[in-house]
Ligand binder design. Structure first.
Ligand code: FES
Length: 119
């Protein structure tokens, strides 16, 4: 990889806030675990609130839409790092909690966390 390629990667990394990220949410929006329309609705909400949060805070919450987390039921499903929380039936309220740093207070979404597994 040449220096120009590295610079481009650096620029893109800075643009999406990797350096300042404190959390990364991987959301499966279906189609096997949930109807894709419903999954996309939740994904769009997560994108909106993470963008707003990231624009207003020095730390960022990364989000990535995936096609499958291999559980394939009770979606939308999310896995959140660094906590290593696997969350079922993700809705807009749970997205809000994730972004508002409330995963540190797991009581709020404990019913939906079905695995806690840090790497
Ligand atoms: S399709 Fe969502 S976990 Fe497999």
């Amino acid at each position: 990889m040449n220096e120009k390629d590295n610079e481009e990667l650096q620029k893109r990394s800075e643009k999406i806030g990797i350096e300042n990220s404190i959390r990364h949410v991987f959301l499966c929006a279906g189609p096997k675990c949930v109807d894709s329309n419903q999954g996309d609705k939740i994904w769009n909400h997560l994108k909106k609130i993470t963008s707003e949060y990231n624009a207003a805070n020095p730390c960022t919450v990364m989000r990535t839409k995936v096609n499958c987390l291999r559980i394939c039921r009770q979606g939308p499903l999310a896995v959140v790092y660094p906590e290593g929380l696997w969350i079922k039936d993700v809705d807009e309220n749970i997205c809000n909690q994730i972004v508002e740093n409330s995963l540190l207070n797991r009581q709020m979404i404990s019913e939906n966390v079905f695995i806690e597994k840090k790497l």
